[in-house]
Write a protein that binds this ligand. Structure first.
Ligand SMILES: [Zn+2]
Length: 182
């Protein structure tokens, strides 16, 4: 009799154990500690806003990346371009070091070669070979943080290019080699 009981409970244990393993495989986010990277933006030209988790437990999320690419498109001609994932990770780091969760205000994200050439012909502040054309640069300000704070933290990170534009009230960050101007 005792033999029969222990056999049954062993089978039940196995069944339960297998169910737990199966659910962990199907819903890893439920079963383990979840590690996420989240960003929120406000595009100052279009007024569009986005708050999205673009990276979960080591995986970039294609839907979220696409939504970010759309928000950061060249608003002048509507061209969408894949934004460098390292740039997104850089922004997460920047926000974290600034202890900010406010939406990042975007002045300029992706720029098509045509738009960049047009802007460069008007302004000394726009480089002809700008990394904005490679989806590797963004011009931002962060509500509740001064431009000086954002600039200083970006410089401290020493993770790409940093440009300071106090008259236009934005900081440029990119994932090119480490350099600074402005
Ligand atoms: Zn820029």
């Amino acid at each position: 009799m005792g033999q029969g009981n222990s056999g049954r409970s062993r089978r039940r244990f196995l069944k339960f154990g297998l169910a737990a393993i199966a659910s962990a495989a199907i819903w890893p986010a439920e079963a383990r500690i979840v590690d996420r990277r989240r960003l929120s933006f406000e595009n100052l030209h279009t007024g569009e806003r986005l708050d999205t988790v673009y990276w979960v437990n080591g995986s970039y999320q294609p839907g979220a990346l696409h939504a970010i690419n759309v928000l950061l498109r060249d608003f002048r001609n509507g061209e969408v371009y894949p934004i460098d994932r390292k740039l997104l990770d850089l922004l997460v780091q920047l926000q974290s070091r600034l202890h900010s969760t406010a939406p990042i205000q975007v002045i300029s994200g992706y720029r098509s070669p045509e738009t960049n050439a047009m802007l460069a012909s008007y302004s000394d502040g726009v480089a002809a070979g700008s990394l904005h054309m490679s989806g590797m640069a963004i011009d931002i300000r962060i509500p509740g943080r001064s431009l000086r704070q954002v600039h200083q933290v970006a410089l401290n990170m020493a993770d790409g290019g940093v440009g300071y534009y106090p008259r236009s009230d934005f900081v440029h960050v990119d994932t090119g080699r480490v350099r600074r101007w402005g």
